[in-house]
Structure formats: structure tokens, C-alpha cells
Write a protein that binds this ligand. Structure first.
Ligand code: UT7
Length: 353
């Protein structure tokens, strides 16, 4: 673990936004598609429903709505964004990046735009990159989006995986702040030696798309769920403890913790290891499933708009995903309390305004 360098200025989350597509895929729907039951899915994962993008609705379309909402909350014009970082493994197309597809839709003409590939840890890794850019004076305004259309790579003939995934987007605007406020610490880790545990085997340079790779269903996610489960619990706990140590805090100092929503049992196990009370650990997997890089910023935006965060609160975020990648962030919240008069969660589900 490298020590966090002192920077001239801190970086903080100045606005958040989220969007999930309107179509809802319930466990009852899945019962008609694969050999599964609502009872199994709820008991083993905690998921009741997930949102699925409409045909022709690309990741950058989801990202656009979340990004506009985050910019509006931050009071920032799209034209003032210096960098757009999109954390995703389901860009609109292999080339160009999702961030480049998002940029003209948003009108962020001066922004450098690029994707970050760290699967479910993408938003946490993006907070690390954004904080570094702002801390080093290389950017004043960073738009970070976690967006995923996992329905495009979910195999709806594989009950082991297809019940887990959902589509959605969450965004955060990062701006400079006083050192010692905002993002206090970031802990980022990878173990490519275990990359095969969660993979899409075809469609890259190793196995380019052919009629054969399509016939073999090689463009869909393959997962060794049980292995991943154990590593996820340990990775989230260890990285959260590392981020807390860097920030000079302990788990009890955290007002709220936002875990990546992979499985309710993973969240529960990590919560118990960190000795956190249930009311401090955010769960919305029942409504969205696993939305990979979008899950933490979706949860964050729901908390912000519900008025559950106030300036001075210490907030933790912890993620684990394919790569393997895992990491945690500890932040001292600076954004004025939202809530009364702000858009409700239900309104945030609606179409773009
Ligand atoms: O986003 C980060 C990456 N993802 C994760 O971190 C996911 C981590 N893993 C998990 O969440 C869990 O391992 C799963 C939810 C994927 C699976 O739960 P599990 O308790 O580990 O189940 P299992 O894989 O050990 O399977 C138990 C049984 C098997 O049947 P047998 O072999 O015991 O007869 C499966 O075939 O459950 C069966 N099964 C299902 N049954 C009904 C697997 N999927 C289903 C299903 N419906 N959808």
C-alpha cells in the first residue's frame, strides 16, 4: 500500500446523479426464461428486480441522464468539464470509448474523455484517478460516470449469472476543496492472476468475434460465483480497513458505507467483519441487481437526494469485481444537505429532463 501523497488541494464530490432504464425485469420474468425461482434468487442474492435498457438505448444514453443530473446539482456547465472518465465494461461499441460517445451528447466540448476498465471497482478507481488529477492541479472539474448495460453480456440461458445483473448509470462531479476534506483516502488493488474467475472470453484480441465464438456463447459473462464470493468479502474488508487507516479513522467513525451491490450475502458478510451496524450499510440490490460500476454512484445519489448525508459525515465506499479488482474510498462529505425540495428517488427514475 502506497502512502497517500500530500496534495495542494483536495477533491470532493460536488454533485451526483443517477438513471436506470424504465423496463423492469422481475424474478417472476426470469422464472419464465431459465430454470430458477423467485425464492432461490431472493435467498441467495437478495435481488427482486433489475432494470434493463431498451433496444437502441446505449450506455452513453444512460450516462447522459445521470451526468446531466450530477452537473445540475453541482451547478456546473457541461462546457466547464475538464475531464470525463467513464467507468464501464459495456461501452456503446469497442471503439470509440463510451466517454467519447457521451461527450458530444453532453456538450462537454473542452473535456478530455476516456474510459476506465476496472469492472465493478470502476467508480472507486475513478475516484482515485479524479482525486489525483484535481490534487495535482491537472483538472478543476472531473465528471466521473459509472455506467453499465450488463444485460448485453448476460447469458439469458445461464441461470448462474443472468439473474444477477442489471443496467444503470451513476455520476459524480469532482471539484477542488480544502486539503483534509472531500476524498480523504483511496485504496486500489488488482490480481490479474485470478482474471478467469469472472470473464467475457471472446470479442477481444485473444478471441476476436467469429461465427464460432458467437455459437459458443463466448461473448457472455462466465463466472465462478463461489470463488468470487469469498474473495469479494475479504477484498472489500481489507481495502476498507486500508482506506480507513490512511484517513486515520476506524469503522465506527463512518456515518454510512456504500458497498458494491453484488450479492446481499457478500454485503452482510463484509458488514459483519467490519463490525458495522446494519443501518449504516446501504442496500438497494433488491431493486437494481448488480449494476457493476454503476452500483455505488446510484446508491450515493439516492442517499444524497434523500438528505441522508450532511457536511462533515465520513462516508465509505467499497467495491470488488472482475480483473480481479477491489478498492475502497473514505470521504469527508462537503456537499450541502439535499432532500427537501430536491428530486426524489422516484423522480430520478423518470425520463431525461
Ligand atoms: O460484481 C462482482 C462480481 N460478482 C460477485 O461477486 C458474485 C459472487 N457470487 C455470488 O454472488 C454467488 O456465488 C451466486 C449468487 C452467483 C451463487 O450463489 P451460491 O450460493 O454460491 O450458489 P452456488 O453457485 O454454490 O450454487 C448452488 C446451487 C447449484 O446447484 P447444485 O449444484 O447444488 O445442485 C446451482 O446450480 O444453486 C444452483 N443455482 C441456481 N438455482 C436456481 C445456481 N443459480 C441458480 C438459479 N436458480 N438462478
Amino acid at each position: 500500500m502506497t502512502r497517500q501523497p500530500e496534495t495542494l488541494r483536495g477533491a470532493t464530490i460536488a454533485g451526483t446523479g443517477m438513471y436506470v432504464p424504465e423496463r423492469v425485469l422481475t424474478n417472476a420474468d426470469l422464472e419464465r426464461m431459465v430454470d430458477t425461482t423467485d425464492a432461490w434468487i431472493v435467498e441467495r442474492t437478495g435481488i427482486k428486480e433489475r432494470h434493463i435498457a431498451a433496444p437502441g438505448q446505449a450506455s452513453s444514453d444512460l450516462a447522459l441522464i445521470a451526468a446531466r443530473r450530477a452537473l445540475e446539482m453541482a451547478g456546473v456547465d457541461a462546457g466547464d468539464v475538464d475531464q470525463i472518465i467513464v467507468a464501464t465494461i459495456t461501452a456503446d461499441r469497442p471503439l470509440p470509448s463510451c466517454a467519447c460517445d457521451l461527450q458530444p451528447k453532453l456538450g462537454a466540448t473542452k473535456a478530455a474523455a476516456y474510459d476506465l476498465s476496472a469492472a465493478c471497482s470502476g467508480f472507486v478507481f475513478g475516484l482515485g484517478v479524479g482525486r489525483s488529477l484535481i490534487g495535482a492541479g491537472l483538472a478543476d472539474t472531473v465528471l466521473l460516470v459509472g455506467v453499465e448495460e450488463l444485460s448485453c453480456i448476460a447469458d439469458y440461458e445461464d441461470r448462474n449469472t443472468c439473474v444477477l445483473f442489471g443496467d444503470g448509470a451513476g455520476a459524480a462531479v469532482l471539484r477542488p476543496c480544502e486539503p483534509g476534506e472531500g476524498i480523504l483516502s483511496v485504496s486500489m488493488h488488482s490480481d490479474g492472476g485470478h482474471g478467469n474467475i469472472l470473464e467475457v472470453p471472446a470479442g477481444g484480441s485473444l478471441a476476436p468475434a467469429t461465427a464460432e465464438t458467437v455459437a459458443q456463447r463466448g461473448h457472455f459473462v462466465k463466472m465462478q460465483g463461489r470463488e468470487l464470493f469469498k474473495l469479494a468479502v475479504r477484498g472489500m474488508e481489507d481495502s476498507m480497513r486500508a482506506a480507513l487507516a490512511q484517513a486515520g479513522l476506524s469503522p465506527a467513525d463512518l456515518e454510512l458505507v456504500i458497498p458494491h451491490q453484488a450479492n446481499l450475502r457478500i454485503i452482510e458478510a463484509a458488514r459483519e467483519r467490519l463490525e458495522l451496524p446494519p443501518e449504516k450499510v446501504i442496500v438497494n440490490i433488491d431493486r437494481y441487481g448488480n449494476t457493476s460500476a454503476a452500483s455505488i454512484p446510484i446508491s450515493l445519489d439516492e442517499l444524497v437526494r434523500a438528505g441522508r448525508l450532511k457536511p462533515g459525515d465520513a462516508v465509505g465506499m467499497m467495491a470488488f469485481g472482475g480483473g480481479l479488482t477491489w478498492g475502497s474510498v473514505v470521504a469527508r462529505w462537503t456537499l450541502a444537505r439535499q432532500g427537501a425540495g430536491a428530486a426524489t428517488t422516484a423522480a430520478a427514475h423518470g425520463a431525461a429532463s
